[in-house]
Write a protein that binds this ligand. Structure first.
Ligand code: GTP
Ligand code: MG
Length: 636
């Protein structure tokens, strides 16, 4: 692909029969009407395409139908254009679809345009001048005010050179589309090409797409492989934002893809049925009632939507308001996308607006911060938007959700996250993958964790701390594991908690025993010390104590944890000193009689019965003080 070429999309607009398609043919050599029916009826029904490549500019034309019944096709073609070529026949001047198409361009925020006053060969100078005056009045105060109005005739060729120049100048002044953003291509056609398979076309509204790329078909959420790409009718390695693009896909039938679907960078965009938006009604529109249904057009998609007004029962002409759109079918939308609303019946364009939050929540009276939130989404900086989104995410806000709701690049999201974290209003609980939580929510988790540990200590004075799993379970499922971990980390950094093995405790908490407990502890230890290797059962020892069994058990645990006592087998507990003496006994045996010792010799040496001898020998094996060799042990 020639990268010095600037690609700009030009869409036609204007009333039926005013000469749009004829003009495109006169400019590019290609007649955009393709369908049999179009040729037969002499009108455009669906979108047509043509290209003009000159002087380092590639103009991709999208020719739209003027017929009022096909306005929905016009809207699909117009979303994504950079420049409008408004075609007005000199003999008819401004007609209903001139107005409707012009309104649609305004609502979609097309930035610039050129006006062609066509069929001048059919009128005299006065009529042409009158039409021009009418047009100037018509565009006053709009994005087209001051745009060139060029008299042309496709029949005689008059004015075509000037029109082409004007289009090229406007194209040069147009902003480049954003090639450095996530790939997105709203599909306007899908068909099969012999020998290639499925091909879809559309205006590449952001990012790039190249051969071999993996792309996601939405709302189907199907991953597909790109076999090839064309722009302007030529095969290219990669197409960039701003180009009319054809993508050859493998692994799918062309009939499985329809206008309205979107090809996108995998995992970046979401389908939705609930959008928060600003809706603006046209001056000519009838009042719109709360819960009225409209035809919603976004990208190349079209669906029925119910309009929920936030704090009023009716939206008047020329008014605008925050609304929630409940869609009948899933579409793909991102913050900043423009849309058109058409009356349910009779179908006329009544307004349009901008998507603020494509993953809106069900509106509720309790949600008192919603309007403020939407105001921030509408005008805020990235930092303010991120903060507002985090504030409303009790569970935390992850990278994928940030990207799919805003359309930002990951680097932008990360920078904004770091900035708001510096202001201490948001906590980064995990940076890979990024997870953010509002500071007050994080503080709540910190308090909850700390309080639980304190309570645990109070209720379990004989236990050093709470098991981490138990603490995790206590904070509940409304706290993500990443948040719990970050809270623990933070409390340890603040020296409010300490970790000991898999137990969490307050630093400096020692187990404090009551005098009777201390006495019991001594009694237990003494009982085992006195017994040497011929130990009593733990049950027997504990039964003799003055304190109740449950506390006695805990004290036994303390002794085992301190390693004053050692559990050699499930039934047998020995005092540390007794085991120490056993070690020395074995060493002297080794010196005197050699390194091998059998069970009988071991029993004789220690003076204990088989009941004790076998578990003890197994314990010594585990401790690597002895090693089993047939019936004997080797003293190591
Ligand atoms: N005399 C004259 N006739 C023209 C001119 N431009 C177009 N026409 C004729 O006007 C008729 C309609 O032209 P189209 O180009 O199909 O009009 P359109 O705006 O594309 O119509 P739709 O797509 O159906 O909205 C055709 O018969 C053209 O030959 C012109 O400059 N002079
Ligand atoms: Mg046409």
């Amino acid at each position: 692909m020639n990268h010095s070429l600037k690609s700009i999309i030009v869409g036609t607009a204007g009333h039926i029969d005013h000469g749009k398609s004829t003009l495109i043919e006169a400019l590019t050599g290609t007649h955009p009407d393709r369908l049999e029916e179009e040729k037969r009826r002499g009108i455009t029904i669906d979108l047509g395409f043509a290209f003009l490549e000159e002087d380092g500019l590639r103009l991709g034309f999208v020719d739209v139908p003027g017929h009022e019944r096909f306005v929905k096709n016009m809207v699909a073609g117009t979303s994504g254009i950079d420049l409008v070529l408004l075609v007005i026949a000199a003999d008819e001047a401004i007609k209903p679809q001139t107005r409707e198409h012009f309104d649609i361009c305004r609502l979609l925020q097309v930035k610039r345009g050129v006006i062609a006053l066509t069929k001048t060969d059919l009128v005299d100078c006065d009529t042409a001048d009158l039409a021009r005056l009418e047009i100037e009045e018509f565009i006053k105060g709009s994005f087209l005010e001051g745009a060139p109005i060029l008299p042309v005739s496709a029949k005689t060729g008059v004015g075509l050179v000037e029109l082409k120049r004007a289009l090229q100048n406007a194209a040069r002044a147009s902003q480049d589309k954003q090639a450095e953003r996530h790939f997105r291509l709203p599909v306007d056609r899908s068909f099969a090409v012999k020998g290639f398979g499925t091909v879809v076309t559309g205006t590449l509204i952001s990012g790039k797409v190249g051969t071999g790329d993996e792309v996601e078909l939405l709302p189907e959420r199907k991953l597909l492989r790109v076999r090839g790409v064309q722009t302007g009718g030529k095969a290219v390695e990669q197409a960039e934002a701003g180009a009319r693009t054809a993508v050859n896909l493998s692994g799918i039938e062309h009939t499985a893809i329809q206008r309205g679907m979107v090809l996108a960078a995998p995992g970046r965009f979401v389908k939705t049925r609930r959008i928060d938006a600003r809706l603006e009604l046209l001056k000519s529109a009838p009042p719109l009632k709360h819960r009225a249904r409209v035809h919603l057009h976004a990208g190349t998609a079209e669906t029925v939507a119910e309009v929920l007004l936030h704090d009023k029962t009716v939206l008047g002409p020329s008014e605008s308001a925050f609304v929630q759109l409940r869609l009948a079918e899933e579409i793909v939308a991102v913050r900043g996308d423009r849309f058109i609303a058409r009356q349910f019946s009779p179908v006329i364009t009544i307004g349009g607006g901008v998507v603020l939050d494509p993953l809106a929540r069900r509106p509720s009276r309790k949600d008192s911060s919603r309007v403020k939130f939407l105001e921030v989404l509408e005008r805020g900086t990235q930092e303010a938007i991120l903060r507002a989104m985090v504030d409303r995410s009790v569970l935390g806000l992850g990278m994928q959700e940030i990207v799919s709701r805003t359309g930002w690049m990951e680097t932008e999201a990360r920078t904004a996250a770091e900035n708001v974290a510096l202001e201490r209003v948001v906590q980064i609980v995990s940076s890979e993958p990024l997870l953010l939580i509002a500071e007050p929510i994080f503080q709540d988790v910190l308090n909850k964790v700390l309080a639980r540990v304190e309570t645990f200590h109070r209720e379990n004075p004989l236990v050093p701390g709470i098991a981490k799993e138990q603490l995790r379970a206590h904070v509940g499922r409304r706290v993500r594991t990443e948040t719990f971990q970050a809270a623990l980390g933070e409390l340890m950094r603040q020296n409010k908690l300490a970790v000991q093995g898999d137990v969490i405790k307050k630093p400096g908490t020692e187990i404090t025993l009551t005098p009777e407990e201390a006495q019991a502890k001594e009694q237990i230890e003494r009982a085992f010390a006195k017994a040497g290797l011929a130990v009593p059962s733990a049950k027997e020892v504990l039964a003799k104590l003055a304190i109740e069994n449950r506390r006695a058990e805990k004290i036994l645990q303390i002794l085992l944890r301190d390693k004053s006592l050692v559990r050699v087998s499930p039934e047998l507990i020995f005092h540390r000193d007794a085991l120490g003496q056993l070690g020395s006994l074995l060493l002297s045996y080794k010196k005197a009689k050699g390194e091998r010792i059998g069970v009988p010799a071991f029993k004789e040496l220690t003076g204990i019965t088989r009941k004790y001898a076998i578990p003890l020998l197994e314990y010594l094996d585990r401790q690597r003080l002895t090693r089993r060799l047939g019936d004997e042990r080797v003293i190591l």
